[in-house]
Design a protein. Structure first.
Length: 341
């Protein structure tokens, strides 16, 4: 038990593996625990999950708390709440992190309400720092600075919850790197006793499940060709698909383009869409509203194609081409094909 410890709730994919968002949180959690001189802990709740510890240890996890029971798979709110809330009460970590996924957004608020502690949703960055209360001038050291866009993305807010522990946050997928810290790191597995004796623990039963395969997933694409409202129409978006197909990329879009019906909602990038970190991001007809930039500004290389030389997207672009994307993209494709010969 230590307020310097960081605990990550690890989600499981449909294949019963640790979800990427949880590995991203473990990567960040290791950094936070090192700054606090504490331990990085993870909790895995499911069935047949013995193998997950070997996935987590290389990410710097010191303690894996493993709750293995057939009643814990697939995910249901109340059984997972019962297990995780009891564990937090026992271990008393200073920080608890969840992914800002459908599971994390369902589970974290229930736990924070039960523990009567704060919760910051949809964080894009986490840091350890100090905070001075404006009224009392009391200084809080080594607390979690929970950073997220606010007011429609027009400002970046730093939120602190120093009066109550644990400090809890959900973090958006893709905003943090997934990176092995030590492939030889060895931690400890701690079996967790599963007690679902309360009637409420199993009040909801799953009668059947129908899993639809995800048709579009651009989060891990190494190259993204993205279009904005400036592309003009759904028909013009086809040019982006042609370019993406040629260079081995995927097509993304801004919210304005999705709302206009130019492409599918699954391709939306930004604060209200997915966050991406491709090696190459080609922005076509995108003005660069802060909400969109929040979802792609960590791209390794950004190329902007825009008729407006003062478009905000140009400020973060590595290369800017001033002109009409409908005229420039065919030239890019022709040049690419020529160089392949």
């Amino acid at each position: 038990m230590s307020k310097n410890n960081v605990l990550v709730y690890c989600e499981l994919s449909e294949s019963n593996e640790i979800a990427d968002i949880s590995l991203e949180l473990c990567t960040k959690g290791r950094q936070l625990a090192d700054q606090l001189q504490g331990r990085l802990q993870a909790v895995v709740v499911g069935h047949h999950v013995d193998h997950t510890a070997q996935t987590l240890f290389p990410y710097g996890v010191d303690d894996v708390f493993m709750a293995d029971d057939p009643r814990l798979s697939p995910y249901r709110t109340l059984p997972h709440f019962s297990v995780v809330s009891k564990l937090i009460e026992q271990q008393q970590p200073g920080i608890v992190l969840f992914g800002a996924s459908s599971v994390g957004r369902d589970l974290a608020p229930r736990i924070s309400s039960y523990l009567r502690c704060g919760l910051t949703a949809d964080c894009t960055s986490l840091e350890i720092g100090s905070h001075t209360d404006a009224k009392t001038q009391k200084v809080y050291d080594n607390i979690l600075l929970q950073i997220r866009p606010a007011f429609g993305g027009n400002i970046i807010a730093t939120i602190v919850t120093p009066e109550t522990l644990p400090q809890m946050a959900t973090v958006r997928e893709g905003v943090m790197k997934k990176e092995i810290s030590d492939p030889n790191h060895k931690g400890t597995v701690h079996p967790v006793a599963v007690d679902l004796s309360r009637a409420a623990d199993e009040a909801v039963k799953i009668l059947s499940r129908e899993i639809e395969q995800q048709r579009i997933d651009i989060k891990g694409a190494p190259i993204i060709v993205a279009g904005g409202y400036g592309m003009g129409s759904k028909e013009n978006f086809q040019l982006l698909h042609d370019l993406a197909r040629l260079i081995g990329g995927s097509v993304g879009a801004t919210r304005a383009a999705v709302d206009a019906g130019f492409c599918e909602p699954e391709r939306q990038i930004g604060q209200t869409g997915v966050t991406v970190r491709p090696k190459l991001y080609i922005a076509c007809g995108i003005s660069g509203a802060v909400q969109h930039r929040a979802g792609m500004e960590q791209s390794a290389k950004i190329i902007s194609i825009n008729t407006d030389p003062d478009a905000p997207i140009n400020a973060i672009a590595d290369y800017t081409i001033i002109g009409d994307a409908m005229a420039i993209i065919p030239q890019l494709m022709a040049s690419y094909k020529h160089n392949l010969k």
